[in-house]
Ligand binder design. Sequence first.
Ligand code: ADP
Ligand code: MG
Length: 699
Amino acid sequence: MIYDLSKIDIMYIPGVGPKKAEIIKAEAGIHSYRDLLYYFPYKYVDRSKLYKVREIDGTMPYIQLKGKILSFEEIGEGRRRRLVAHFSDGTGIIDLVWFQGIKFILNKLNLREEYLVFGKPAEYGGRFSIAHPDVDKSSELNLTSMGLQPNYNTTEKMKRSAITSAFIQKMQKFVFSKHTEPFQETLTQDIISKYSLVSLDEALHNIHFPESPEMLRRAQLRLKFEELFYVQLNILKYTKDRLLKFRGFVFSKIGPVFNDFYANNLPFELTGAQKRVLKEIRRDVGSGRQMNRLLQGDVGSGKTLVALMSMLMAIDNGYQACIMAPTEILATQHYETITRFLGLLPVRVELLTGSIKGKRRQSILEGVADGSVNILIGTHAVLEDTVEFLQLGMVVIDEQHRFGVAQRARLWHKNTNPPHVLVMTATPIPRTLAMTLYGDLDVSVIDELPPGRKPIKTIHQYDTKREGLYSSIRAQLEAGRQVYIVYPLITESEKIDLKNLEEGYEHIKSVFPDYNVCKVHGKMKPAEKDEEMRRFASGECHIMVATTVIEVGVNVPNASVMVIENAERFGLSQLHQLRGRVGRGAEQSFCILVTKLALSEETRRRIQIMVDTNDGFEIAEADLSIRGPGDLEGLRQSGMAFDLKIANLARDGQILQYARDAAREVLESDPEQKRPEYAVLWKELSMLKKNTVDWSSIS
Ligand code: ADP
Ligand code: MG
């Protein structure tokens, strides 16, 4: 029985013992038989297939060759000393290379013997070689019986104690040999047949000891499905429980402020997408259910206006609203935009940031407490305990990825019932990821830019060609436009980066002596920073040299050129964010990605994606598939319930969709969790959750 397996310690597996068990537990998190069974190989190598030397093309993973060693050669001195065996199968020659154990190899291998060589080929100076290959006498290996060999991840520390991939495989073999009954199912028969899955027992066997590539594929499918199914069941169940627990404030009417604004203050027609999203929000806040909505919209798609109009719904129904931005600059900009939009409407808007102190602060806090402040705009400062609302009904969180789950939770508690929450992000989160991470949030998308925007032209330029770059910048300046020049800032080397920025700043001043240059970086005092931003926004200053502090939100429509230095050092999403700072006016805008000449294949691909598309979702999907979800900003703190062991969010979107459907069906047909046939699911879910922090209660 699989549940009992979670109680059997791996220490008792022959050859393991307390010492090795200790290391395996600490390094790989494998404590019990069950943990071991769910420790899946990260790859398989096909040892039934033989390659020819002439087929090797430099892009291959592991390959296997059959042939003879023509000669040995010892090359180099000291640490560079190595043994090279020139190996041939009659179709070409490849070098086998050893840096260690040279004596041992020379003793073991002979010139006339036929060998099977297995390893990863590399190309160096036009010649192929394999470093530290596995070499066996071909008479001693029966390839057809070797099939797909699993490879398990092991850490350095494990390897030092002889806990290798092969060792783990031996442990697996032992568990399977002891366990002659089928492993108990973790899904219902219904689900298994509906989605054409193999049984857990077959899946576990084949994931560790594949009978065939086809069976391996089906095993992987089953295990990925199971993993994603439980992630989804957890999220959907949590959402349901929350709906039962909390009532949402009902904004029953669309009132005079909203209507007045819509009729008289709106300087332009809303886009179709803005209208649709407002309808979705309107439906939520009128339903009696507490809204928790993620609003995704590419940079410049007009999220602020949607936020403002949602807040007006709250005000018309006697509630206060609050909008929280990640930086002071952004909060200030929201304040300015919103007060400008509202004009003479009877709505009191206040800005609360860390730098607002004394009497001014006191009067804002009083207004918030007595209800006379209708909209409070601020940074983290709004989270402080001294900020007490009379009746907070709507919270907007801008640029969500900067805020952790815990901070969201603090806003929730600013009223006895949680307010409606609208989370806005310009970092498009691919659908698969949003479903997994924010399964508890409904998602709205603004997928349409306001009319009249010209798509930004993106150009890749090598840093060896500066004259061309400067003359195009000059042309834009002469046409009255403004220019951003951005330098990377990465914390480990902050000093060097700052030096780069300072040098860049001096250099730009000397290249453009007839224009005003300003600069902004993270080490400046907020007041200085704001002053420089103001000079740029007002047009006093023509070129802004900055680090990524300008990444989010800042809006200067007259800026039409974004130059990104060392673009190779930025992530795709970040490049896209930066690019979104231009293209906000009617003029043609440009984004120039400056890189060094020598780029890795991956970087070249990333830059090319930026040149090819302006679509933030496409970029986010590409980012996810190049980098994998592990690197995505904010992923850790956003708190996924369980780590994914086998499913890959970049690739398994379709499986995720099915798993979500299945989880939803279960919740719908067994809302009370009483049906006996589903008992196995609830038991498995609580078992999985026992081993993780319950993040969901603080979401
Ligand atoms: P973001 O989604 O990046 O936060 P903003 O809300 O800052 O975008 O909007 C970008 C610009 O587009 C602002 O200047 C805003 O006033 C303008 N805008 C918003 N909605 C529309 C619309 N429907 N038509 C024209 N301009 C719009
Ligand atoms: Mg914005």
